[in-house]
Design a protein around this ligand. Structure first.
Ligand code: ZN
Length: 497
């Protein structure tokens, strides 16, 4: 068989295993009965091993070498060799015995973190955290890097990004956003959120989520909506990108925004073109780009003034108590800024500061300038400086996130980059599509979706995130778009102008 055909067939075989794995994982997080968990873990373990073996097989190595030396390949094929080759080398970089030791240490660390968080006992978690940092530093050495070991770790989440660039990107957040939030909360008029209180039955909330997803163009023939404790999106394979939400009885907008958020992720997955199937390019460009799509639909669209002109009648149809509440009141109630302790509950403005703090701490841990035992103090100082609130316990502070306990160093910046990329791409969409936001008032979201399909979705993993942002917007990634968006919108909502 021709080498190129053999290469593609090999990737397709891996893809089938990964698709089955994704379905098992989806089931595990939605409907799997408790007593089935043990067998499921075994099935997942077996398939993961098979997939890993194929993704690191000498045969794939030979195909990559052979094709790498060949002329006359298409741009897509060359991009495929680049990303698959990189994944291959990274997987092979860590010796199998280290991978195994890490897997065991990680599982213990996660359990220790859960207990430590419950008891708010950082000291109990400290030795595990130190071990996770040590492993990650060793991984960085195995992967190799030019400037900072942290750069080798970000690569898994945000290819091509470096700690140095992140520090530059963050500067306007620290210099402009921190004082702006202080000004906003001290002198602005906080929107009234009393109109949102009440009890909202699950079935009606589900109806609302379905309507919102349909409105933004989510294809129910290529996905479905279910419930889970933590909402997520998962691409099972071509033609199957599923979302979940959760229903909180007293919080009607929580489900709506979570559905728009996951819907934004799923629109991206549904927009990956057929031509890229099973090429290694049929994925998002990065975690940050994925997050840019979800946050754009949730915040730039769902929390816009004109969205509420469209959605107020729908909300009032499902929940009649909103009949006499104006779109403007709902728009304002959906845009409250509140410095708070917990990242996952943060609003779109303060969210990035939670990430800034985590990035600065974890970068220090990985390059050795920060000691793990100092984390609780560093955390409190940074919270005071950036958000003006200080956790009383470590459970509400340094122990709140699972990431470090599982060795995910370099992951956090993607959340923030999602906000920043999203604001930049959305600014470009507004520039290129006349009347974009006026259209939202009539339920016209297709022009934005078309724009995103063309500029972002259709490229899959062809380009690294920075390159993709440059192609989509004509500029380097630049956080000033986000800062401008925040100041304009919230300056208005809080009556600061
Ligand atoms: Zn997300």
């Amino acid at each position: 068989m021709d080498e190129l055909k053999a290469y593609k067939a090999h990737l397709h075989e891996i893809g089938k295993l990964d698709s089955a794995l994704a379905l098992l994982a989806w089931d595990q997080r939605t409907y799997l009965p408790r007593k089935g968990q043990e067998t499921r873990a075994e099935a997942i373990g077996k398939l993961t091993k098979l997939s890993f073996q194929m993704a690191t097989s000498p045969r794939l190595g030979r195909l990559l070498d052979g094709l790498g030396a060949r002329d006359g390949l298409s741009d897509e094929d060359r991009a495929s060799l680049r990303v698959v080759g990189k994944d291959y080398r990274r997987r092979k970089a860590i010796p199998a015995r280290v991978v195994e030791r890490f897997a065991i240490a990680r599982s213990k660390s996660e359990t220790a973190w859960e207990r430590a968080r419950e008891a708010s006992d950082f000291k109990a978690f400290l030795p595990h955290l130190e071990e996770m940092v040590d492993f990650s530093r060793r991984f960085a050495d195995y992967y190799g890097y030019k400037e900072s070991p942290y750069d080798a770790l970000i690569e898994d989440y945000e290819p091509g990004m470096t700690a140095r660039e992140l520090r530059t990107i963050i500067r306007p957040l620290r210099e402009d956003l921190v004082p702006f939030i202080r000004h906003l909360t001290a002198e602005g008029r906080r929107p009234d959120t009393d109109v949102l209180s009440g009890h909202f039955p699950v079935e009606a909330q589900r109806d609302l989520a379905l309507r919102a997803l349909r409105a933004i163009g989510y294809d129910f023939d290529a996905g479905r909506l279910d419930t889970s404790v933590h909402p997520f999106t998962i691409a099972i394979g071509p033609g199957d990108a599923r979302v979940t939400t959760r229903f909180l009885d007293a919080l009607v907008l929580s489900n709506l925004f979570s559905s728009l958020h996951e819907g934004g992720h799923a629109l991206y997955d549904q927009g990956i073109p057929e031509a890229l199937r099973w090429s290694g390019l049929d994925q998002a460009a990065s975690f940050g780009i994925h997050e840019s799509q979800s946050r754009m639909w949730e915040n730039s669209v769902g929390r816009s003034r004109t969205f509420w002109v469209f959605f107020q009648p729908i909300l009032a149809e499902v929940f009649p108590q909103f009949r006499s509440v104006s779109p403007e009141t709902l728009f304002r109630a959906a845009n409250v800024v509140e410095p708070s302790l917990i990242r996952v509950e943060a609003d779109e403005v303060t969210y990035s500061l939670h990430i800034m703090l985590r990035f600065e701490i974890e970068e220090g841990l990985i390059n050795g300038t920060t000691k793990a035992r100092d984390l609780p103090d560093l955390w409190r100082e940074a919270m005071r400086e950036y958000l003006g609130v200080v956790p009383k316990t470590d459970a509400e502070g340094v122990l709140q996130d699972v990431h470090w306990s599982t060795g995910y160093f370099g992951y956090f910046p993607s959340y923030m980059l999602g906000n920043l990329y999203g604001a930049q791409i959305y600014a470009k969409a507004k520039e290129e599509i006349p009347g974009l936001e006026e259209g939202f008032a009539r339920g016209e979201f297709a022009p934005l979706l078309r724009f995103l399909r063309e500029k972002v979705h259709q490229h899959g993993r062809m380009y690294e995130p920075k390159d993709l942002v440059r192609r989509a917007t004509g500029e380097e990634p630049d956080s000033s778009h986000f800062v401008r968006y925040v100041k304009e919108k919230y300056g208005g909502v809080y009556g600061l102008r």
